[in-house]
Structure formats: structure tokens, C-alpha cells
Design a protein around this ligand. Structure first.
Ligand SMILES: Cc1ncc(COP(=O)(O)O)c(C=O)c1O
Length: 289
């Protein structure tokens, strides 16, 4: 008996089982990491926070100077619709990548090729998220060695990968990047917040961080006042509570930094409330079928 296909890809306008998808060798995303991406979650045929993700992708495509942005974004929407329809009713993780296209290897060409759009969809198990929200997660600090344009969601992710490898090596769940002055920036795939006397504080978008859709959602979905301030590590460690925000982690408490307990080492009451509120927004916008 052959196993049912659960992971699909969209390549050059066609949906195929992801195991059958092929990327051309001469793709500029492969040679130069000339590529933007987005990761979305959803359920029951709905993509969570689709519009803000599309706006951020548009901004990244413009930032990295790919041509034909409007036409590319129409193709991205087409890919998302086709994959979500093929996937069916469950909870999914949808990944879209737009590269500089296919051309002979040369850093700059006389004329830019047409961007290439790739996308994948696979089942997404939120029970792991709920487990981590119960216990809280640990983070390991790491010098920010990434390029200074983390504000764009590109595949320049080697710094993130090395940071996450460091976290794994020391037994932590997530990396937390520090700038050269020792200020907290963000996680490897998350933004970070502290709670001080009920005030929510996160790094400013003037710093080298990705403006996360979930970070914004703490304000827009959950109606919280958020302050953007510089957070030296010592201030972070003295906070009442801390949490990460992200598409796959929603709102999850940080309970340990470099092996030291934060607060009493358990998710705090404000973070717990925000985790539940975030889940409720997902449930409202992506009801199960
Ligand atoms: C570096 C980085 N920061 C923050 C985030 C969180 O962004 P979002 O809430 O849009 O998932 C991500 C998501 O992948 C990320 O890669």
C-alpha cells in the first residue's frame, strides 16, 4: 500500500507531491541566497493573517530589488490558494519562497530574469506548541552575526542557523540574538518581549530585527500597548516575565536564559493570558471544518 501524500509543493504553476518537486540548479536563490520567503499557518482552508504576510513579502521583494513585484505577488496568491485547496481541512504550515529566478551564474546580469515562485504545504501539529506554552521555553544568547538587513525576510539565514545550532548544543529551545552592545534583539525565528510591572516591551524595528506579524499582532490582534525600547541583557534577566512571539510559536513564555531561571522559572500570568488570547484569535480566524 502506498502512503497518502500529505506534503505538496507548487513549482512553476503546478501542484505536485513535494517528494517529486525539483528546483533548477541555476536558480539564483541557490547560488546567491537572492530570495525572499514567508511562512504561514492556517486551518480549515483559511490562512492566518494572510494580508500582513503579503505586505511584508511585498516589502522584502522591493527591498532586495526583484522585478515585477505585483505580478509575482499575484503568482504567490495563486500558489497559496492552490496548495490550501489541495491540502484540505487540517492544520497546515505553508511556506513560500520567491527567488531571483533562473539564469547563468553571474552576480549581476544585464537584465534581471523573471522571479521564480516556489511553495510547500505540510501538516502542522499545534500540540507541541501547547506543550511548550505550558512549560515555557529556554533561550541561549548569541552574538548577532547576521547581515544588517534582518528587517527583510530573506533566506540569508546562515547566522540564524548557527545561532540555533548553538542553542541546540547548550540544550536550549531557541537562540536569542544580542547586538554588539549586549542588547536583546530577537530569536532565531521569533521576536522577544519582556513584561515589567505589567508593561510589554520589545526591541525597536530600528534595531536589526524582523518585524514579526505575531509581534505586531500582540498590538493589533490582542489590543495590547507595546513599548519599543532598548533592552540590555541585564534588564531582560530582571524582567517579571518574558515571551517569544512567532507564527509557529504564537505567544510562548521564556522561562530560562543561558541556564538561569527567569522570575520563578514558570510562565507568568500575563504571558499565559496572552498565549490563550492569541490561540483564541487563531481559532476565530481559522475555525476547524
Ligand atoms: C528572525 C525572525 N524573527 C521573528 C520572526 C517572527 O515573525 P512572525 O511573527 O511573522 O512569524 C521570525 C519568523 O520566522 C524570524 O525568522
Amino acid at each position: 500500500m502506498t502512503a497518502a501524500v500529505t506534503e505538496w509543493a507548487w513549482v512553476e504553476g503546478r501542484v505536485v507531491p513535494s517528494a517529486e518537486a525539483r528546483i533548477p540548479l541555476w536558480d539564483r536563490g541557490f547560488f546567491f541566497a537572492e530570495a525572499a520567503y514567508e511562512a504561514y499557518v492556517g486551518r480549515g482552508g483559511h490562512i492566518f493573517a494572510f494580508e500582513p504576510h503579503q505586505s511584508r513579502l511585498t516589502r522584502t521583494l522591493e527591498g532586495i530589488r526583484l522585478p515585477e513585484v505585483s505580478a509575482t505577488m499575484r503568482l504567490v496568491a495563486e500558489a497559496c490558494t492552490a496548495l490550501v485547496r489541495t491540502f484540505g481541512d487540517g492544520t497546515f504550515l505553508l511556506y513560500v519562497q520567491v527567488t531571483g529566478g533562473i539564469a547563468p551564474r553571474n552576480h549581476v546580469l544585464r537584465e534581471d530574469p523573471r522571479p521564480a515562485v516556489y511553495a510547500t504545504i505540510r501538516p502542522w501539529d499545534r500540540s507541541l506548541l501547547f506543550r511548550d506554552q505550558e512549560s515555557g521555553i529556554s533561550v541561549a544568547t548569541f552574538q548577532d552575526i547576521r547581515w544588517p538587513k534582518a528587517t527583510w525576510k530573506t533566506t540569508q539565514l546562515l547566522g540564524n542557523v548557527l545561532g540555533k545550532k548553538h542553542a541546540r548544543d547548550v540544550g536550549a529551545d531557541e537562540v536569542m540574538f544580542l547586538d554588539t552592545d549586549g542588547n536583546v534583539l530577537e530569536g532565531g525565528a521569533t521576536n522577544v518581549f519582556i513584561v515589567e510591572k505589567g508593561r510589554l516591551v520589545t526591541a525597536s524595528t530600528q534595531a536589526n530585527i524582523l518585524p514579526g506579524i505575531s509581534r505586531l499582532g500582540v498590538r493589533t490582534f490582542l489590543g495590547q500597548e507595546v513599548f519599543e525600547e532598548t533592552i540590555p541583557l541585564l534588564r531582560f534577566l530582571a524582567a517579571d516575565e518574558a515571551f517569544v512571539s512567532g507564527t509557529t510559536r504564537e505567544v510562548t513564555a521564556i522561562v530560562k536564559v543561558d541556564g538561569l531561571a527567569l522570575g520563578d522559572g514558570r510562565p507568568g500570568p500575563i504571558t499565559r493570558r496572552l498565549s490563550k488570547a492569541f490561540t483564541a484569535v487563531f481559532d476565530r480566524d481559522c475555525p476547524p471544518k
